[in-house]
Each structure stands twice: as C-alpha cells, then as structure tokens.
Design a protein around this ligand. Structure first.
Ligand code: ATP
Ligand code: MG
Length: 417
C-alpha cells in the first residue's frame, strides 16, 4: 500500500470543516481591517530564501526542500510566506500602489523537520503582511488584528510575547556580547551552537537543546543593546496595546528563527500546547525588501501555524462548526427520485444544508441513518407528498412530525434557528 510521505497529513471530514471555518473567519477579520489576499507560488528560486530567511538559520541550513528542475535550476518548496510576498511586491511593482498595503495569505509551507505532534513537513500558515508603514501604530494594528481573530475564535488563554530585537546596526555589538559571554563555555554547547557562535550568534538564543538553554540564560537580553530609536518604537507599540486592552508580556529572551526581523518581534503561545507551544510568530522587517534588491520599504507581519491552531481550538467554536444542522431529504420511489434534485437545488439556493438520499434506502433504514449521522431533520418525499407539493418533515431534535409545503421548508428551517 502506498502511504503518504512522513510528516504530511490527510485532513479528513469533519476536521476539514474546522479548517474551513478558521480560514473563513481569518479572511473576514483580515478583510474588515482592509487586507486583501495574495497568492504566491508554492516553490521559489532557492536564492530567495537564502537571502531573506538567512543562510545560517535552521530553516535554510537544514529544513528546506530544495531540488533541481529539469533545466538544473535550484528551486525550493517555500518554508514560509513572507519572502514570496516580498519578492512578488518587487516583481509586480506594487510600489506603484497606494500604501500601506495589507496582504494576507493562507497556504501550505514545507520544512524538513523531525515529524511529531504539531510539527509537520507540510503545514499550513495563515499570514498577514503590512507593507509600507514603519510606525509603531502599524505593529499595534497587526497585533490587534491577531488578537481580534483569536478572540473571535473563542480563545481567552493565549499569551502574546513581545520583544525588541533592536536595529541591524545594533547587531554586531550584540554578537560581540554573546561571543564574549559564551567564550569560556564553547565546548559545552551543542555542535550546532558552536557553529552558530561563529556564523550568527543571535541564533544561539533560539536553540532548543536544554543544556544550551541553561548556558544561554547568562547571555544579556538582546534588548539591552537595542538602539534608543528601537526602544521608543517598541515602547510605543506597548502603549498602544495597553490602551487597546490587548494583553502581552515582555519576553526579553525572545528571538525569532528568521534573520530579517528587527525591532518588534512577537509570538503567540498557548498554555495547552506542550513543547510546540508557539501558535504564531511575527515582527518587523524594514530591510527585507531592500535586501532583496527592491526599494526601501518597511514592513511587518505575522504567520499563524494553522495545524497547531486547529489542535487547540476552543470547544464552543468547534461545537458550533461541527454541530451545523443538516437536513436529510429522502425520496421514496421512482417519481420522487425524478424530482428530488430539483427540490434540493431550490432549498440549497434558499440557504438550507440539504443532503439527498441517493442509494434508494427504505424509510426505516433512512431514519436509522439520520439518527446515527446526527441530522437535524428528515424530509420525506413519497408519491402522496409529490402529488400534493408537500413533504413530511421529521424534526429529530424536537421529536415531532408535520407535513408542509415544499416551498415553505427553507423558512421553517431558518426559523428553527
Ligand atoms: P518552532 O519554534 O516551533 O519551530 P518557528 O519559529 O520555526 O516555530 P515560524 O517560522 O515562526 O516558526 O512559523 C510561524 C508558525 O508556523 C509557528 O509559530 C508554528 O505555529 C507554525 N509552524 C512552524 N513550523 C511548523 C511545522 N513544522 N509544523 C507545523 N507548524 C509549524
Ligand atoms: Mg522551526
């Protein structure tokens, strides 16, 4: 038997309904703040990610699905969404448009990681990018939109962790601090961290190896060496969040796994997710577009891990989605079967979720199935009903039965709430 590749998943009903509902709500909330969707390719030239995410990050160093096509071009399945959006912005000359521009995306990302619960090789992200605004207000809006989405999903226990990474000009000074602090303990670090210490010391702070985390705890926080301008920026973001009542905590140890971030960085953490607790990551990336050869354009954004989000969805939201009412339309006999789809079309156009019995089940067997499958009601269409333009409705929730005009069913359906 052929099996799916390791680290990938089949999303089956009814769980796929949760995914749809989450995406629908995300689209609604994003659009209500002026965002539009962007769809970029699932693969890009490898160089795009090397230059944006950063050569020495874990993603580029060991997690990318990179391959040569038939003409020998090096391509990579996108490991994240921001680089593609930045490339598209430059390539499609979006600087001609009025800014700021709010762009969101929903789609699969690919990383060669150790597969486990909440960590997949194909996973989905819901991301929002805000391009062309360098103000603290822009970061605050992003966090507000994020908070709004999570609130409408019914979360009340998520934590936003916020930090200041400083400006790129602060980076060399901080790298020096990290190197000096860890100089005497180099041998105690994992081999990855020893390499990071040489190539990109900031990355050491991101190491997941417990013994490294203990050692790294002595390194002064990155925000200690941050420029005054970046401090004022992040302080202004925090002031906005306080005014809005968007809860956050200052996490001075937070760095992110991608090189393009500066100043504001944040993560959303769920207490209900064990080791893969991070539901969302984001921050400001004012140099990304110019680093990729475009004009100077500030930006900030976030990406939610949809797989992890769906894993911890609040029960009321799940019940609302999975408990959606369905009507089971059962034709009895050939004349009813001839008419049943036209009737289903009429009801479906009027907003009824109607599922037609297609296999010629007897009434008894159909009722049994309706019970088992959790239909809210059964509409029975036999010879007599057909002749009278009516259907017999069995309300399985109220345990009642009645005959009504077929045309009246949509109103009745809506009325029962
Ligand atoms: P982690 O620290 O868990 O590896 P990350 O910092 O690599 O996460 P980001 O690049 O910030 O993740 O991506 C944003 C979000 O995408 C993460 O917060 C997470 O929810 C989700 N995500 C990242 N990698 C995976 C994966 N392999 N499987 C499922 N979700 C993922
Ligand atoms: Mg990762």
């Amino acid at each position: 038997m052929i099996q799916r590749p390791r680290g990938t998943r089949d999303l089956l009903p009814p769980e796929s309904r949760l995914w749809q509902a989450v995406e629908e709500l995300a689209r609604t909330v994003f659009a209500s703040f002026g965002a539009d969707e962007i769809r970029t390719p699932a693969f890009e030239p490898t160089e795009l990610f090397v230059r944006s995410v950063g050569e020495t990050t874990d993603i580029v160093h060991k997690e990318m699905y990179t391959f040569e096509d038939r003409k020998g071009r090096s391509l990579t399945l996108r490991p994240e969404g921001t680089a593609g959006v930045a490339r598209a912005w430059i390539e499609n000359r979006l600087h001609d448009r009025s800014h700021p521009l709010r762009l969101y995306y929903i789609g699969p990302m690919f990383r060669y990681e150790r597969a486990q619960q909440g960590r997949y090789r194909q996973f989905s992200q819901i991301g929002l990018e805000l391009l062309g605004a360098d103000s603290p207000l822009a970061d605050a809006e992003l966090l507000l939109v994020l908070h709004e989405l999570f609130t409408r999903l019914g979360f009340d226990d998520l934590q936003v962790h916020l930090n200041n990474l400083g400006d790129p000009e602060d980076r060399p000074r901080y790298q020096q601090v990290v190197r000096e602090t860890l100089a005497g303990r180099r041998e105690a670090l994992c081999s990855d961290c020893q390499r990071r210490l040489d190539e990109n010391p900031l990355r050491v702070l991101d190491c997941k190896v417990p013994s490294c985390q203990v050692i790294v705890a002595d390194v002064p926080p990155v925000s200690d060496v941050a420029s005054e301008a970046s401090r004022q920026h992040v302080a202004a973001v925090e002031a906005q969040l306080e005014r809005l009542g968007v809860p956050f905590v200052r996490n001075r140890r937070l760095v992110r796994g991608l090189d393009y971030y500066l100043r504001t960085v944040f993560e959303v953490v769920s207490p209900r997710l064990g080791t893969n607790a991070v539901l969302c990551g984001g921050g400001r990336y004012d140099r990304l577009i110019s680093d990729l050869g475009g004009p100077s354009l500030p930006g900030s954004g976030f990406a939610i891990g949809e797989d992890r989000l769906v894993d911890v969805l609040p029960e009321p939201f799940k019940e609302r989605v999975l408990g959606a009412r369905r009507l089971y339309l059962v034709p009895l006999g050939a004349p009813a079967q001839a008419e049943v789809l036209a009737l289903a079309r009429e009801w479906s156009r009027a907003g009824v979720t109607v599922e037609v019995e297609l296999t010629g089940r007897s009434l008894k067997s159909a009722l049994k199935r309706a019970d088992k499958e959790g239909f809210a009601a059964v509409a029975i269409l036999g010879d007599d009903e057909l002749a009278g333009g009516v259907v017999a409705i069995r309300d399985l929730v109220a345990s009642s039965q009645q005959v009504m005009a077929a045309a009246a069913v949509p109103d009745w359906w809506k009325g029962r709430g």
